[in-house]
Design a protein around this ligand. Structure first.
Ligand code: NAP
Length: 253
């Protein structure tokens, strides 16, 4: 076994066109994987595809709204056709809605639960037979610190990410028989488009987060790559249903 070597493995990264997903997609490619960038914004998809091409690795992009089952099916089919199978699925696409629970609308509740939780189930369900056919594989779900903690200003986000942990365990139990390991990464506060407004418009919150984080800073998307490569590789073949927090210590105090 070559630890951390992903040569010849085929991966899909949802939301792989920006932020943490882009970091993970490029990182998996640098470790040898062939990567499908699955996102809604085709210009952003193609930009990351080119970035991976320039590394000398193979990439395709697929227009994919993770809330549309036909897009999920066509993304899996395109990956199998381009790379001869599917070995790794990273369920990364996500959104947030900021509102107090007493003011939260049905739309702010439902859209976040659909995108962050239901799509993880639907994409994993659709990928199961392809992964099993490849002799097993890896599913990596992206949770959050709000998988662990409650949030007074993002209740639907927190509920969705808490659900991701329990779904990760359930899929891990169910699909161990197929040699599919299912694990989660729980990023702390990472500098991306999602968190940019906190730094620019919510200065008190930004400073409180930095003060509470033992590392004393936000992380960068690339800092999630090591955990992703580990969970995508044969190094983690006896690890399933687990969460790895990549959070500068935010989750331990
Ligand atoms: P981001 O920069 O806003 O990126 C979000 C990505 O999700 C985009 O690539 C976007 O692609 C994609 N996406 C959203 N809705 C989609 C949909 N319906 N179908 C397909 N793709 C969709 O945010 P990020 O910070 O990198 O977040 C990535 C993941 O990490 C999310 O699950 C987020 O909850 C989680 N996370 C982030 C942090 C943080 O501090 N940044 C912390 C913990 C967890 P399009 O533009 O093409 O729609």
């Amino acid at each position: 076994m070559k630890l951390f070597d992903l040569s010849g493995k085929a991966a899909i990264v949802t939301g792989g066109n920006g932020g943490i997903g882009r970091g993970i997609a490029v990182g998996l490619a640098a470790a040898g994987a062939n990567v499908c960038i699955a996102g809604r914004n085709e210009e952003k998809n193609e930009r990351v595809q080119r970035e991976i091409d320039e590394l000398g690795a193979r990439a395709i992009s697929s227009h994919c709204d993770v809330n549309v089952e036909a897009d999920i099916a066509s993304t899996i089919a395109a990956t199998e056709e381009a790379f001869g199978g599917l070995n790794i699925l990273v369920n990364n696409a996500g959104i947030a809605a900021l509102n107090a629970p007493e003011h939260m609308t049905d739309e702010e509740w439902g859209s976040v639960i659909e995108t962050n939780l239901s799509s993880v189930f639907k994409f994993s369900r659709a990928a199961h037979s392809s992964l099993a056919k490849s002799g097993g594989g890896k599913i990596i779900n992206i949770g959050s610190m709000y998988s662990i903690f409650g949030s007074p200003f993002a209740p639907s986000y927190s509920a969705s990410k808490g659900g991701v942990i329990q779904l990760t365990k359930s899929l891990g139990v169910a699909w161990a028989k197929d040699n599919i390991q299912v694990n989660a990464i729980l990023p702390g506060w990472i500098t991306t488009d999602m968190t940019a407004p906190i730094k620019s418009d919510m200065t008190d919150l930004y400073e409180a987060i930095v003060a509470r984080t033992p590392a004393g800073r936000f992380g960068q998307p690339e800092e999630c790559v090591g955990a992703a490569v580990y969970l995508a590789s044969e190094s983690s073949n006896f690890v399933t249903g687990q969460n790895i927090a990549v959070c500068g210590g935010y989750s331990i105090c």
